[in-house]
Each structure stands twice: as C-alpha cells, then as structure tokens.
Design a protein around this ligand. Structure first.
Ligand SMILES: C[S@@+](CC[C@H](N)C(=O)[O-])C[C@H]1O[C@@H](n2cnc3c(N)ncnc32)[C@H](O)[C@@H]1O
Length: 221
C-alpha cells in the first residue's frame, strides 16, 4: 500500500489522527507546529492554516495570540479541531472553515491574511493543485505577508535515504497498525513556492532532516 493511501486512511479516522502523526513523526510534530507558529503568530496577526486537520498548527498559532482561521475539506478532522479548541479556552478562539483549497478563490477575500501556514498538506495535492493553492495563497496575503509551510521530506543522498527508510518503516507500520494512517514525503516545495511568485524563499531541514520548513513573502510592492 502506498504511503499516500496510508495517509488517506489515517485521515478517515480523525479521532486517532493525533496519535498516529505523533508516532510517525517520531514525536517531533508538536515541536514542528510550535516552530512554524513562532515564525508568524502574534497578537493581532491574521493567520490562515491550510489543511488544518485536527488543528495542531492552528492551536499553536492561537496560543501565541494570533487570529486563526483553520481551513480543511474534512468535516471529521475539523470536528476534532473544534473539540480541542473548546477544551483549551483560548483568548481568541480559531475560526474553522470547511473548504477545499481548490475553492479558496470563491471564499477567501484578497489580501485578508497577514500570514498563511500549513503543515503536511501540500504533499497531499497534485502538482497542478499545489500550484493553484500557492497562487491563491499569494492572493490571500497582504503585501509583505508571510507564508510558512512544513512538510515531510526524504533525504536526497542514497545512503541517508536507505537509513531513513530503515528508521521510518517500523514507525509507519506501528502507526498504521494503531491508527490506519500515514504521511507522504514530498520534493520541490521551495521551487513550487518560488514559481507561484513569492519572494525571499528560504528552506530549512529540521527534525534530523525528516521535515522541511519553507518560508517566503508576498512582495511589499
Ligand atoms: C496530513 S493532514 C495534516 C493536518 C495538519 N495540518 C497537521 O499538521 O497535522 C492533511 C490535511 O489536509 C487536508 N486536505 C487535503 N487536501 C485538501 C484540500 N484539497 N483542501 C483542503 N484540505 C485538504 C486533509 O483533510 C487533512 O486534514
């Protein structure tokens, strides 16, 4: 079974998603969400989280005081996000929007967010969908606004790739057994962001190289 199908099944069991993603990420996912949030979230900053799932990244941003909108096409994932947010009693509770990224143009006003974040979602889109979503993200941002994306990647070199597979296989198997979920490593995210028209594109591998964080800006003028 491909890891993509594995991920799809993971998302079909939203109540178990958080447990699955923690196992699959080797316990690093919460730190990844905090790192992404720390780059943009502050009181008064309007943040859009694309493919927010059960709200891990949205809540990390909201805890820093940002005004968060979590967007996802999956009602079950959003229901879990809502429950988690309600349990926290945040000062500014996130808004949840059931929407596919391919519908963004119809619903999201131009220049209505200061920052757009996303984790483990861009890898789920087809290349042409990703290109569209990134162009819509540029449109949704104010001039000078930021995008910060995190996703799973595989190492580039042969030997590291072999070791990565050895490390990942048992985690993926355990995650699958417990939750029927997985993720889908991707390539070329920074290039896609650049191609969509963003400026100041930077990428950093984190969590022993298992994840990449890509950040960029909508040009100020
Ligand atoms: C792997 S989960 C990641 C969830 C969350 N961002 C996280 O870091 O745990 C991918 C999420 O993207 C959502 N998603 C996938 N394709 C989407 C699309 N075209 N539009 C909106 N959401 C989408 C799925 O429903 C799922 O909740």
């Amino acid at each position: 079974m491909s890891s993509y199908v594995y991920m799809k099944v993971l998302e079909s069991t939203p109540q178990r998603y958080d447990r699955g993603i923690r196992i699959l990420s080797g316990g690093t996912i919460d730190a990844l969400w905090r790192e992404v949030a720390s780059r943009v979230a502050r009181p008064g900053v309007r943040v859009l989280d694309l493919g927010c799932g059960t709200g891990g990244l949205s809540l990390a941003c909201a805890r820093l005081g940002a005004e968060v909108t979590g967007l996802d096409k999956d009602a079950g994932m959003l229901a879990v996000a809502r429950q988690k947010a309600a349990a926290e009693g945040l000062k500014v509770a996130p808004q949840w929007l059931e929407l596919g990224v391919m519908e963004m143009e119809d619903v999201i006003e131009p220049a209505s967010f200061d920052a757009v974040v996303s984790s483990l979602m861009m890898s789920e889109l087809l290349p042409e969908e990703r290109a569209y979503a990134l162009r819509q993200t540029l449109r949704a941002l104010v001039k000078g606004g930021s995008i910060v994306l995190a996703d799973e990647v595989a190492p580039e070199e042969g030997a590291s790739k072999f070791l990565w597979r050895l490390k990942r296989a048992p985690r993926a198997a355990l995650t699958w057994l417990l939750t029927q979920q997985t993720t889908h490593p991707m390539e070329g995210l920074a290039d896609d962001v650049r191609a969509a028209g963003f400026a100041e594109v930077r990428q950093q591998r984190v969590a022993e190289g298992d994840f990449v964080i890509v950040s960029a800006k909508r040009e100020a003028e």
